[in-house]
Design a protein around this ligand. Structure first.
Ligand code: FE2
Ligand code: FE2
Length: 143
């Protein structure tokens, strides 16, 4: 049962990295691209750490996160998308917290997720302030 939780987290870290990979290709500026790229690297490292716990190396990234997040970006625009992502990252922080009490190596991951949440909420604010809040992700972008 315990292992299943770590396996679930390992898969979501891979799915998260895949989501950031696709979003990096859609960035409107170098700054945005750099931020998304570094978040992708973090999620990849998290997946690696989880793999150290589960012993599984055979998991592959799926579209579970990229699909709904890109759909928000396509339908509601970037501010809504970054807001949803920021809240999701904060939620992940709270999900990791109880596990981090048992496995200290997860503390750092939990802190990263909180930082990701802050970065993404700041991006939501920035796009809103710039007036690019409803810039839509193109339909034919990323897969
Ligand atoms: Fe992560
Ligand atoms: Fe994250």
């Amino acid at each position: 049962m315990t292992d299943k939780i770590y396996l679930m987290f390992q898969q979501s870290e891979l799915d998260g990295a895949e989501m950031y990979r696709q979003l990096t290709d859609l960035a409107d500026s170098d700054e945005e691209k750099e931020i998304l790229h570094s978040l992708r690297a973090d999620e990849g490292a998290h997946a690696g750490a989880l793999s150290g716990i589960t012993g599984r190396k055979d998991l592959r990234p799926a579209q579970a996160m990229a699909k709904p997040v890109l759909a928000i970006g396509r339908n509601l625009g970037k501010t809504a998308m970054y807001l949803a992502m920021g809240l999701g990252e904060h939620a992940t922080y709270y999900l990791y917290q109880p596990l981090a009490a048992k496995r200290p190596q997860l503390k750092r991951i939990a802190r990263d997720e909180r930082r990701h949440g802050e970065i993404l909420l700041a991006m939501a604010k920035k796009t809103a302030a710039e007036g690019t809040w409803k810039r839509l992700i193109p339909l034919d972008a990323a897969k």
